[in-house]
Design a protein around this ligand. Structure first.
Ligand SMILES: C[S@@+](CC[C@H](N)C(=O)[O-])C[C@H]1O[C@@H](n2cnc3c(N)ncnc32)[C@H](O)[C@@H]1O
Length: 232
């Protein structure tokens, strides 16, 4: 975003010296404003919560192409629940569920999902969900930055987003492996899981899907520099 656009948004938000000082000190613009634009919507994002990235719109749009009226959707590792919120707005009538391990993220997700009748849960991956709940679609943008690469991220991410929102372990795939292992038991027959990935990691993630008995496919969006791996 250009500096002029940031300045306009800060002025629209009141432009107080306190807001400007927070931005000058390096806090992400979205935390200062209290919202991020995602799929054309303003998503509430509170300090400390992962700022939804533009490339993740590809994950949301890929899911939108698969959902049907009445589909039961899970936004796993939901952060602000930007993905579930955009899907609930695009596809009225779907049933929305969102999980995050970070209570601060879940409180933020609840603010976005409550108007859509969505359900939020705090805990580790599938653990906090009702035991008998199954999904037509599981959508996950998990942490996937290799631990050694976190130090290379911009300070806005390193200093203002929780480490548990970023760190994917030695090769970046630690959490994704756990998600994929448990997903088949949580999908209805014919259900689909979609996970955001990256170009260097996509083949390895697709192999994890295959090992779990899922039919894997890699999808790319050149415009957003986004990669999604799906499993059916
Ligand atoms: C990369 S952020 C993505 C947030 C959101 N999906 C988005 O795209 O804006 C990853 C999220 O996963 C959550 N998380 C990390 N480990 C988790 C776990 N074991 N169970 C549930 N959520 C987890 C973090 O708290 C963080 O909010």
């Amino acid at each position: 975003m250009f500096a002029e656009d940031e300045a306009r948004l800060l002025v629209e938000a009141g432009g107080s010296p306190e807001l400007i000082a927070r931005r000058v000190a390096g806090e992400p613009l979205e935390h200062v404003l209290g919202w991020a634009e995602f799929c054309g919507q303003r998503i509430v994002v509170t300090p400390g919560v992962f700022v939804p990235r533009r490339r993740t719109e590809f994950l949301a749009r890929s899911a939108a192409g698969l959902a049907r009226p009445g589909s039961v959707l899970l936004d796993l590792c939901c952060g602000s629940a930007a993905v579930a919120t955009s899907l609930g707005t695009l596809l009225p009538g779907v049933s929305l569920h969102a999980v995050d391990i970070d209570p601060i993220a879940v409180a933020c997700a609840r603010r976005n999902l409550a108007p859509l009748g969505g359900h939020t849960y705090t805990g580790d991956l599938f653990a906090p969900l009702p035991a008998d709940l199954r999904f037509d679609l599981i959508i996950a943008n998990t942490p996937y930055v290799p631990t050694d690469e976190i130090g290379l991220m911009p300070p806005e991410a390193r200093e203002h987003e929780a480490i548990m929102a970023l760190d994917g372990g030695a090769d970046g795939l630690d959490i994704q492996r756990r998600v994929v292992r448990e997903a088949p038991d949580r999908l209805v027959p014919g259900g689909v899981i979609l996970i955001e990935s990256s170009e260097p990691q996509a083949d390895a993630l697709a192999a994890v899907f295959t090992e779990a008995g899922l039919l894997a496919a890699i999808h790319r969006c050149a415009d957003l520099g986004a990669v999604v791996v799906s499993g059916r």
